[in-house]
Design a protein around this ligand. Structure first.
Ligand code: DLL
Length: 436
C-alpha cells in the first residue's frame, strides 16, 4: 500500500504536542475574533468571557457556538476578521433557503487550504506524476478550486474541467490519461455508467484513484464505484464555512477520515443538550478554525453526525479520525415517528445485485399519514418485460427496505436512466410535506 505523508511533522505528531499546538493557536484565534469581529466580542461579553479565559483546548467548551444562521445574519462580510483589502478570494454556498453563506480567504488562508489539500491528495496516493481530472464544480462552490490548489502544490498536472459535460469528461480522461478523478460520488457513479456505455475499454484508461466527497455516500456505494471504475476510492470531507474540501481525508486504509486538527479542532456534541460527548460517541461534529484569518470561526455546528477515533492509524498518522459521515441531523427524515436517513436506503439498494445506486425518495402526507415512496432504477440486465419478474423484484426490495428501516414503503421500479443524474451533489429526497 503506497503511503506517503505530505507533512509528517504535523500529521504524525504526538497527541501531547498536538494539544500544545492547538492550545497556542486557539488562544491566538480567540484573541483575533474578540478584537476584530464585533459579533464574537458581544457574544463572549454577554457570557462574561474574555480572551483571558481561554488558555488551552480544555477551555474550548466555554465558548459560544456559531451556526449557519449567524453567517446569514451577518451577510455578506460581517464576520470577516480582516479588512477587505486583505481578502483575496470569496466563495459562497447556496442553501435551499435564504441568502448564501459567504466565506473569505486571505493569502495565508489560501496557503493553509493548499497545504491541507496537498495532504489529502498525497494521502490518496497522488503525486507529481499524476493527472488530476477535477470534475467538481469551479466557481463559488469550493470543490473545484480547493482540489485545484492542492493538486498544483503537490506538482501534479491539474485538469480543471469542472463538473458536467460528461462526453468531454470521458474524452479527456482517455486522451490525457487522467489517473485521479475528483468529483462527487454520485457523479463518479454516473461517469462509471457513461464509460460502460461509451464503448471505451477500461484498459484504455489510466484511472487509478478517486477523491470523492461533498455529499454522504455509503461503504456499499464505495465498493460499487471501486468495482465499476476499477480504482481506489478515497473519501474527502469539508465545508465552506471551515475552509472547503481539506478538513479531513481518508488514507489508503479507508478506516475513518483524518482531521487536519492543527488547523481545525473537532468536538462532538449532543445536538439536543449541546453538551460535549465523551470520546467515541456519535453526535454532531463541531469545528473551531485556529489558523484562519479571513473568516475565523469558533465552534461551528456542522449538523453532520459522526464519531471520533483517537487511536493511531496503521498509516502512521496520529491525526484524529472521524467516521464517514452518512447523515446530517437536518437530512434525517422523520416518517411516522421513525427516523430515516437516505443513506440507509442506499445501503440496502447497493447490497442487491439487481438495483443501481440511482434512487429517489418521495415523502408525502395523505390523510394526516406520512407516505414513503421509493423510486429505484433496475440494472439494465435485470430489467425485463415480464410483469411477474418485476413484481417479484419489487416485493424483494420492499421487504429488504422494510426490514432495514422498520418503515413500510411503496416501491416503484423505474426503467434504467430515468432518475435524473447529478453532476454535483445528488438530490435524493423530495419531501412534499415541507412544500406547504
Ligand atoms: O461540499 C466542500 C467539499 C468539496 C468537500 C469537495 C469535499 C469535496 P459545502 O458545499 O459547504 O462544502 O457543503 C458542506 O457537505 O457539511 C456535509 O454535510 C457535506 N459533505 C462534504 N463532504 C462530505 C463527505 C463542500 N465526504 C457539507 N461525506 C458538509 C459526507 C459530506 N458529507
Amino acid at each position: 500500500m503506497t503511503n506517503k505523508i505530505w507533512n509528517p511533522h504535523f500529521e504524525t505528531m504526538s497527541r501531547e504536542d498536538m494539544r500544545q499546538v492547538q492550545s497556542e493557536r486557539l488562544r491566538d484565534a480567540v484573541e483575533r475574533v474578540y478584537y476584530n469581529v464585533p459579533y464574537y466580542r458581544e457574544k463572549m461579553q454577554s457570557q462574561g468571557l474574555g480572551p483571558e479565559h481561554i488558555k488551552s483546548v480544555d477551555d474550548l467548551s466555554k465558548l459560544p457556538f456559531t451556526v449557519k444562521q449567524d453567517l446569514r445574519d451577518n451577510y455578506p462580510f460581517g464576520l470577516f476578521a480582516v479588512p477587505m483589502s486583505e481578502i483575496i478570494r470569496v466563495h459562497a454556498s447556496s442553501g435551499t433557503t435564504g441568502k448564501p453563506t459567504v466565506v473569505g480567504y486571505t493569502r495565508a488562508d489560501i496557503g493553509v487550504w493548499s497545504e491541507v489539500m496537498a495532504r489529502t491528495l498525497t494521502s490518496a496516493g497522488a503525486g507529481k506524476n499524476d493527472f488530476i481530472q477535477i470534475a467538481y464544480g469551479y466557481g463559488l462552490f469550493t470543490g473545484g478550486l480547493g482540489v485545484h490548489y492542492g493538486g498544483e502544490k503537490i506538482g501534479a498536472s491539474v485538469i480543471p474541467i469542472s463538473g458536467g459535460n460528461t462526453k468531454r469528461q470521458l474524452q479527456l480522461m482517455e486522451d490525457f490519461g487522467s489517473t485521479v478523478l475528483a468529483c462527487t460520488p454520485s457523479y463518479a457513479a454516473y461517469l462509471a455508467e457513461a464509460i460502460e456505455e461509451s464503448g471505451i475499454k477500461r484498459e484504455d484508461l489510466k484511472l487509478r484513484i478517486g477523491v470523492f466527497g461533498a455529499e454522504p455516500w455509503t461503504e456499499n456505494m464505495r465498493r460499487e464505484i471501486e468495482k465499476r471504475l476499477q480504482i481506489k476510492a478515497i473519501d474527502i470531507y469539508g465545508l465552506s464555512e471551515i475552509i472547503g474540501p481539506g478538513v479531513s481525508f481518508e488514507c489508503p486504509h479507508q478506516c475513518g477520515l483524518h482531521i487536519n486538527e492543527d488547523h481545525f479542532i473537532p468536538e462532538i456534541i449532543d445536538p439536543e443538550t449541546l453538551e460535549v460527548l465523551p470520546e467515541g460517541e456519535l453526535g454532531e461534529l463541531v469545528f473551531s478554525t485556529i489558523t484562519k484569518e479571513g473568516l475565523p470561526i469558533i465552534r461551528y455546528r456542522t449538523r453532520d453526525l459522526t464519531r471520533l477515533n483517537f487511536e493511531k492509524c496503521a498509516c502512521g498518522r496520529t491525526l484524529v479520525r472521524m467516521n464517514k459521515c452518512t447523515g446530517r441531523s437536518d437530512d434525517m427524515l422523520i416518517i411516522r415517528g421513525v427516523n430515516l436517513f437516505p443513506s440507509q436506503i442506499e445501503s440496502v439498494l447497493l447490497e442487491m445485485d439487481e438495483t443501481t445506486p440511482h434512487y429517489l425518495l418521495i415523502v408525502d402526507r395523505l390523510n394526516n399519514l406520512d407516505t414513503l415512496e421509493l423510486q429505484v432504477e433496475v440494472e439494465d440486465r435485470f430489467y425485463s418485460d415480464t410483469i411477474g419478474e418485476l413484481q417479484n423484484l419489487r416485493k424483494k426490495i420492499q421487504h429488504q427496505v422494510e426490514s432495514a428501516t422498520g418503515l413500510s414503503v411503496n416501491v416503484k421500479l423505474v426503467e434504467p436512466k430515468t432518475i435524473e443524474r447529478s453532476e454535483g451533489k445528488a438530490k435524493r429526497v423530495i419531501d412534499k410535506r415541507k412544500l406547504f
